[in-house]
Ligand binder design. Sequence first.
Ligand code: B12
Ligand code: SF4
Length: 477
Amino acid sequence: MKKILMLQPLRVYERWPMPDDFTGLLGNSPTLAFAQLRGALKGYDAEFMDGLAGDYTLAELTRRAREADAVLVNAHSSIGALNVEANVRHLLDTAPGKPIILGGHHATAYDFEWLGRGAHFVVRNEGERTITELLAAIGKGGPYDGIAGLSWKDGERNYRRNPARQLAADLDDLPMPDWTIYDPGLYGLPLPIKGYATTAETSRGCQHRCRFCAASEMWGHTQRFKSPARVLEELRTLNRLGFTRIWFSDDNFCADPARYTEIFEGILRENLKLNFIVFIRPDTVARSPELMKLAYRAGMRVALLGIETTVNRILTDFAKASDGETSRRAVEILRAAGIFIAGFMMVGYMDETQEETDAVFRAADELTDYPIISIFEPRHGTADFSRATAQLDLPGGDMFYHNTVKFIPSKAHILKQYRRFHRNYLLHPKQFKKLLFGTPVQREWYRTLYLNMARSVLSVTPAKAAHPWEMVRALYD
Ligand code: B12
Ligand code: SF4
């Protein structure tokens, strides 16, 4: 076992005129997973293909897979699952005999389903130590039953799920990520600083328990932090490699204000050149207005703010542990600090009334510089998945796939209102004003969005035009 191919699956299925993973139009940054795994697998020759960012052919995938001793695949979301599956089948057909190893949020939630669809191994939850043990075991022909966190098929073709692996007690013990595996020319983030874009992390997981959230489920509702010294070491490395535009993958950024004060002061002291985007809770912002000013000075330019809804009844229902007033306060603080607010909002939650849905759409413009609104989708493994299943309110099957066209039956009608909102929002002169005369981030954000939307529309082919919007329409029918 010498050579591995790391794969973010190619887009075999593409939707038109807008892609199914619309948020990819706003920023294009690689998953950190492969830089982390590469850091743990220093002894191997490794190649990376990012099918979400690069323009590769299936023939090239075949060629590279045949040259490798194992293929490591990221399975990230229900929206990407169809493409992951198409890639797995292609590998089974054209590079037979190569072990196919899956990992990531979706693979973890659906380990046996993936074994049934052709994967040989699934690494659940945290990957660094499991993959190291697994590759060593594959090199020796097994055994696999002692590898914690692994799901696999045994020689008799039974599916096996080994006990879970304990999460790393200290994130500083993880190897340094190796960002050199990414082709920096493939990525970009809407931040007004020159330099390459990529993903980094200062912590993993989130201790909250929002009932719709698959992210905190993945990490057992815990949050572990890298030390400020370790974070600064990583940021120095990034700057040395030319990366200045950073998307922090943390689910709950700034959760520990003292630690982040040290990080931001370190960035300023060392004069690191950075602009960054973070996921942050409104109550975190509302608790720490001074920290937000410091964060801005250190380079925080975009807050992906978890507003969800302004309706307190619903916030309580999904256990957000924050309320509408706190969100408004957070918006004031971020605006005063000069930080762009991309507000995560959700409509179509179970039992939501039409009035409550309307309230979210109405608040979108007031509370954000750009609203990232999702229609609720129950994700496997979450409390809401069990609830929707019990109420027979699932768009289809076990949500292995999701096509962003069908939503829970009780709220399916919202799609029309959702599309109308976006049409009006995106064509409103206010947005063009931000594009032309806004703050540097507003200009960059809207330029990126409109440019990528235009590219998507212009990628039309007869096949796409024949079936607009419905690339995966057959999934549930
Ligand atoms: C960067 C990112 C993206 C980027 C790049 C994605 C990519 N895969 O290349 C972009 C913008 C393209 C993207 C798009 C989307 N994303 Co995204 N994304 C992220 C984000 C913010 C960071 C990922 C990351 O770097 N994490 C840090 C690394 C270290 O953690 P990790 O990825 O979990 O990897 C560890 C393990 O999972 C494992 N592992 C992962 N992959 C593999 C592979 C192998 C072989 C092995 C052995 C192990 C392994 O090892 C790693 C180290 O322990 C996460 C949030 C998060 N905190 O993770 C969301 C997240 C993964 N995305 C999510 C979603 C929903 C999406 C979209 C559907 C959004 C949308 N509606 O458009 C699309 C789908 C894209 C697609 N076609 O699949 C969800 C997934 C939820 C779920 N599965 O239920 C997350 C969790 C965000 C959230 N809180 O909801 N995303
Ligand atoms: S705060 Fe965010 S990451 Fe944490 S559980 Fe809630 S939605 Fe998930």
